[in-house]
Ligand binder design. Structure first.
Ligand code: G3H
Length: 496
């Protein structure tokens, strides 16, 4: 159970502690932040409201710890990460329980998130040992006018302190996807979890504590974004920010100083369906892509662009599958569970009402109880409707009927987002041309968008992000290149 057994030390009465300098602590603020259970809409957990002084302390410890961590052998760093991964997987049940209560993630998906996170940490350890174990050797005489009198050793060095800010929808997985690359690359890590998802993240951090990482190397600071958000992101001690979330990322990017940024800021992933597509496959992927975790994934299918000639048939197939989705609490593993907050439910409802006023066809009756919104397919959506462009982050999916491939590509590219997209067709040549034309970081051919497997590169164009993630890219992003040039008195015989 959450907060018991090995996790008992992270809880003080009914408030979870924060993690600083290798210890679980109460904030001197004496204040707490309540975490509302999306299903019951009552306070489920409480966490510390940390102060700016506590942020300063964490940054100081992170800076100190990083210096000796940078000198720790790669195999030792990897060993600790493997240990943390094993502990994480061993304690998947209490962590998953937090995910169910804090973010209403269906029970089975919550377990999957923790196991996937353990696997990600292990894979990162192995990949780090491989790619950080070798650099490049260059000689000078490849460039005109030079003798072979210079040896250039191109190596990688850590950035320093990495600030990780994951979103509510994967508070464990999208935290470790930042923590593990940062650590294997020799950085220290300060985690600011989302408010909803904070307790899951604190449990995950405790697994790293139990693995025995040095004091101060990892910290987890909780609190109100309004009090410590800007203070953290603008802190002079931060050498890199890895953020996943919404528009806040754009604000962070505009204010951040001369530090590398890794940003993943949502999407409006289009699903383009051609006339020759296998419509059963498309329908199955629309359900999986559009409605898993109630559409609260940045990579969810967020607009279907289907050729008019097959639209009726596809809509009927999707409708039949929507009717089979179970709706209810996450504890009993329903497909559709309450969305994360009341304000999120209100936002989704606003998009639905706008579409209703402007004449979209409702394939199901719109139904909402508290934060629970029943799955809804909206047919005949037109570009003048908000839902054609905005991310609902909920179980509501618009269908736009198109008369040409160009129309589909045009809609996809007119979006300010460019995360992923997908195209369904049996013609691989057409699929590749469409993939080339879609201005998105990834295009899936004959499958719904998805970030994983976690070692694949993952990146967004336009407002969807900065940089590329995925295990290898994240490790590389969290290092800097350093070169050492050995100057020889006479030309050498050895080549590169
Ligand atoms: O919500 C954003 C995530 O990066 C999506 O990950 O494709 O594994 O659901 P996923």
């Amino acid at each position: 159970m959450a907060g018991t057994g090995v996790f008992a030390e992270i809880l003080d009465g009914e408030v979870y502690k924060y993690y600083s300098d290798g210890e679980w602590k109460k904030s001197s603020s004496g204040k707490t932040v309540a975490i509302i259970n999306p299903t019951t809409r009552k306070t489920q957990y409480k966490v510390q409201a940390c102060t700016q002084e506590e942020v300063n302390k964490v940054m100081e410890s992170a800076k100190m710890a990083q210096k000796s961590w940078a000198k720790t052998p790669l195999w030792k760093r990897a060993e600790l990460l493997h240990k943390a991964a094993a502990i994480l997987k061993e304690h998947k049940a209490p962590i998953a329980e937090c995910l169910v209560k804090e973010i209403a993630k269906p029970a089975k998906d919550a377990i999957t998130e923790v196991v996937r996170s353990g696997d990600l940490v292990s894979y990162t350890a192995e990949e780090g040992v491989r790619i950080l174990g070798e650099g490049k050797f260059l000689v000078s005489d490849s460039f005109p006018g030079n003798e072979r009198t210079k040896y250039c050793l191109t190596s990688k060095i850590p950035l320093g302190v990495v600030l990780a800010i994951p979103p509510f929808n994967y508070p464990v997985n999208l935290a470790v996807s930042k923590i593990a690359p940062a650590l294997i690359a020799g950085n220290s890590l300060v985690l600011k979890p989302p408010t909803q998802g904070a307790v899951s993240a604190l449990h995950m951090v405790h697994c790293f504590h139990l693995a025995g990482f040095p004091k101060g190397l990892i910290s987890c600071i909780t609190g109100k974004g309004s009090e410590i958000g800007d203070f953290l992101t603008l802190h002079p001690g931060v050498n890199c920010i890895s953020f996943t979330g919404g528009d806040t990322g754009i604000a962070i990017s505009k204010k951040a100083g001369m530090i590398p940024l890794q940003m993943e800021l949502g999407g409006k992933d289009a699903c383009i369906v051609l006339e020759d597509a296998d419509l059963d496959l498309v329908a199955a992927n629309i359900i999986k892509g559009g409605f898993s975790y109630s559409g609260q994934r940045c990579t969810a299918v967020k607009v279907v662009l289907v050729m008019e000639s097959v639209a009726d048939e596809l809509v009927e197939k999707v409708k039949a599958k929507v009717a089979k989705l179970t709706v209810g609490p996450p504890e009993i593993d329903c497909d559709i569970t309450p969305v994360v907050s009341e304000s999120s439910a209100n936002f989704i409802e606003g998009l639905v009402m706008d579409a209703r006023e402007k004449g979209a066809t409702f394939c199901q009756e719109y139904k909402r109880e508290g934060n629970l919104i029943w799955p809804l397919l909206l047919d005949n959506v037109r570009p003048d409707m908000r839902i054609a462009w905005e991310e609902p982050f909920g179980p509501v999916l618009p269908v736009i009927r198109i008369n040409s491939i160009e129309e589909g590509i045009h809609h996809c590219n007119a979006s300010n987002f460019g995360l992923q997209g997908c195209v369904f067709t049996k013609d691989i040549n057409k699929a590749v041309l469409i993939s080339d034309a879609m201005e998105t970081g990834t295009v899936q051919i004959n499958s719904a968008p998805a970030r994983g497997p976690d070692h694949f590169p993952f990146q967004g164009l336009k407002d969807s992000g900065i940089g590329s993630q995925g295990i290898t890219n994240s490790i590389n992003m969290m290092t800097k290149i350093k070169t050492t040039v050995i100057n020889l008195p006479t030309p050498s015989y050895t080549m590169g």
